[in-house]
Design a protein. Structure first.
Lengths: 158, 158
DNA sequence: TGGTTATCGTTTCAAAAGAAACGAAAGTCA
DNA sequence: TGACTTTCGTTTCTTTTGAAACGATAACCA
């Protein structure tokens, strides 16, 4: 009957999910309100901010989104004129995705808000505290990296 | 063009989501594989571990699940015989949910695995590091608590 | 070279999600 | 009392999700 001592609100996986869900939901108001973007569309767009030409596969790998989600997000962003899709020249299977001017303008409008949101969020956390926090995050990831049943960690974006 | 320096993989909300998604997905294998539980069903069940009789509303409040999700998870768990639903005596609107013996057995089987998963996850993190980590988590929550647009934080389970 | 295998992006399809509306049961208050 | 409001859990309805299958292209290799 030992399970009676189990406390959900102190269970680390739940705590991580709770914080992440709260932050994500609040953040999505930031880019969803004015620009009607979903989480997937936001991630696709900001990934494009740093890399001029990418494939679906690359976004899938770097932004922790499964292939169908990327495919759909890219199609929607194309339909709204924020990016363009072209057939690959070298490899015909690949699709070359790049930002349009409208996409660049949208990014230029959203990114400062997103950064301000992050700054506000961490306003009471000192740089040392954040370093230590992130080092714990890294340790948790490392354990999962060694677990064959865990999803692989996306590579760092450059 | 300042957005070109934006790096998704260093953006805190994304880092939180990435870690949480990786942990949750791996954990769900633990209780999903043998017992076929969804995240919502798992949360409902472990909330019941500590409180004998609860309502849908209470689970909704404490386990960070919206009402339809709780309602459906409870119905499925009832269909599988892990819990029972009874009409409230005092307040006829409330539903009194309690574990069955089968539910208790399932909990007794799953909770040790879940705790072992957590122990394994934090194996390389010292108690002090975890305390500091959780204090940063708390600081981030506090900022959201002051934000009227953020979802309210669920109260601590006792 | 030709046959097999792997990878690309899309689509299918069944299940899950969640905002909104709902009926039913309390609570409020003139 | 009786109208109005609030809260409970469920259901409706549309959208999203994601595993699996798919056709198309490229890579491998005997």
């Amino acid at each position: 009957m030992d399970y009676a001592t189990f406390n959900l609100s102190e269970y680390l996986p739940y705590r991580l999910a709770l914080l992440s869900e709260r932050v994500s939901r609040r953040l999505s108001l930031e880019y969803g309100k004015d620009h009607g973007l979903s989480v997937a569309e936001w991630r696709v767009l900001v990934h494009l901010a740093r890399s001029e030409e990418v494939s679906i596969r690359e976004i899938h790998t770097f932004a922790n989104l499964d292939k169908p989600r990327v495919s759909r997000a890219v199609s929607r962003l194309e339909a709204e004129g924020l990016l363009r899709k072209e057939g690959g020249k070298e490899d015909q299977r690949l699709i070359v995705i790049s930002l349009t001017d409208k996409g660049r303008k949208t990014l230029a409008a959203i990114v400062p808000d997103a950064l301000a949101f992050e700054s506000n969020l961490v306003q009471t956390v000192s740089p040392q505290e954040m370093d230590q926090f992130l080092s714990v995050v890294e340790k948790l990831h490392k354990v999962l990296d060694d677990d064959p049943l865990a999803a692989p960690r996306p590579p760092l974006d450059q």
